[in-house]
Write a protein that binds this ligand. Structure first.
Ligand code: PGA
Length: 260
């Protein structure tokens, strides 16, 4: 079976309730007709229920995601949202391990708990990894990402790991306009896939969707998606511009997965 190709929009902390309705409607319209890939809208919590309703007619390829969840299923955790609660409003995915949340103190150990709680609740997880600039400057990116994967994800059983999409997001490329070159991204994606192969097996590695994130836009998407191990993108800034988001979706949909 070929791996799932995907473009996911991470709205981060943007859009009022009404602005979110407009953006979701426009994003859906611009993404229409790309049913050979999975399109994900990761909205702030306040939009999930309504955007979920808007995605219903396209739910065979357009999916709803949250940007975080708590590791417990319920209880006295003021201000938190559990994976079960996300499922109850129709979310199918949750983003975990984004560098912006790691920067607020989320550790690999906490992320491992969150990933396992999310999967137990029936969510799929888009799990982000990626190195800061100073680590790349001393060529330490592989060791850095390997540790993030080992500590955050590789404790999962085979069938649990199959619910994971990995997003490689070098921190120096996020929101900076400085994209990793297609070769730099491909090199890391191939490395990540080789780690999945070692830890699990060929089938799990071949089917694992690995997204690139970090200033991915309509101009560079085509080149990035031409690489064998880049299965799609996690899009921040450009996902707030519906037409551009749609063009990134179309760029991914136009390039089908080719087996080695
Ligand atoms: P960016 O963000 O596309 O704005 O660089 C990507 C992300 O943080 O997921």
């Amino acid at each position: 079976m070929a791996r799932t190709l995907m473009v996911a929009g991470n709205w981060k902390m943007n859009k009022s309730f009404l602005e979110g309705l407009v953006l979701a409607n426009d994003a859906i319209n611009h993404a229409l007709g790309s049913a050979n890939i999975t399109v994900v809208l990761a909205t702030p919590f306040i939009h999930l229920h309504t955007v979920g309703g808007m995605l219903k007619d396209y739910s065979h390829y357009m999916k709803l995601a949250a940007q975080n969840c708590h590791h417990e299923s319920q209880g006295a955790y003021t201000g938190e949202i559990s994976a079960d609660m996300l499922r109850s409003v129709g979310a199918e995915y949750v983003i975990l391990g984004h560098s912006e949340r790691r920067a607020m103190g989320e550790t690999d150990e906490l992320l491992a708990k969150k990933a396992s709680a999310a999967i137990k609740a029936g969510l799929k997880v888009i799990f982000c990894v990626g190195e800061p600039a100073e680590v790349r400057e001393r060529n330490g990116q592989e060791r850095f990402v390997k540790l993030q994967l080992e500590r955050g994800l590789f404790n999962l059983a085979d069938d649990e790991f199959r619910q994971i999409t990995i997003a490689y997001e070098p921190i120096w490329a996020i929101g900076t306009g400085k994209t990793a070159s297609p070769d730099q991204a491909q090199e890391m994606h191939a490395y990540i896939r080789s780690l999945v192969r070692q830890c699990y097996n060929n089938l799990v590695a071949d089917e694992c969707t690995i997204l690139y994130g970090g200033s991915c836009n309509a101009l560079n998407a085509n080149d990035l998606f031409s690489k064998h191990d880049i299965d799609g993108g996690l899009i921040g800034g450009a996902s707030l511009r519906a037409e551009e988001f749609g063009n990134i979706v179309k760029a991914r949909a136009a390039k089908q997965y080719i087996r080695n």
